[in-house]
Design a binder for this molecule. Sequence first.
Ligand code: ZN
Length: 202
Amino acid sequence: MKLSFIALVIFLVFCFFLGFSVFGFMYDVACPKCNGTGQVWEKRYDFDTETWITGYWPCPTCGASGEVYLYSSVSYALLFFLGFVLCFLLSFALDYGVAALRLRQNPWVKDVKEMHSWFNPMYFVWLFHVNRKKWVKWTTALSLIATVSIVTAIAVPLTSYPLISTPIVGQDIFVGWLVGAALTIPFAFAWYQNYEDLSILA
Ligand SMILES: [Zn+2]
């Protein structure tokens, strides 16, 4: 079965439409800093009286409203999905460029009839020349693995920022990451299956 890009786009729009209708783009929770009261008990310098006053002050985290707005897991899923797709395409394009360049530098590869070892540094260059479909298959799989690793490595340090390190945000980011990664798999699948049609554009 061939997964066309049109079918993929319809599937993705349906998924995100459903997700946003159920979970929304953002949602509000009681501010974790002031527990929803809008005020914090602390010592601050009062410029009017020019003294230090310990007492209730407007909460800086929520702007005294008692609520903070958080991105829903669906928003994170969309963000992760776009990040994954961009990283995948860059990784694929880089692999393509490297293979094409190395083939030009090593034209003898074109005369090789058989090459087996995966560990042969020229194997993928050779495959690029003799069996483009198989090269696309493996490059798609390897780009997907590289993409998930790179985006995850970038996202993990971000979750340690104070405002978003609360468990509820961590959970939203994790679910968004999981959904984004899961949706990138059919994208990569469609990319591989439609690659020959796409290469007409190049
Ligand atoms: Zn607050």
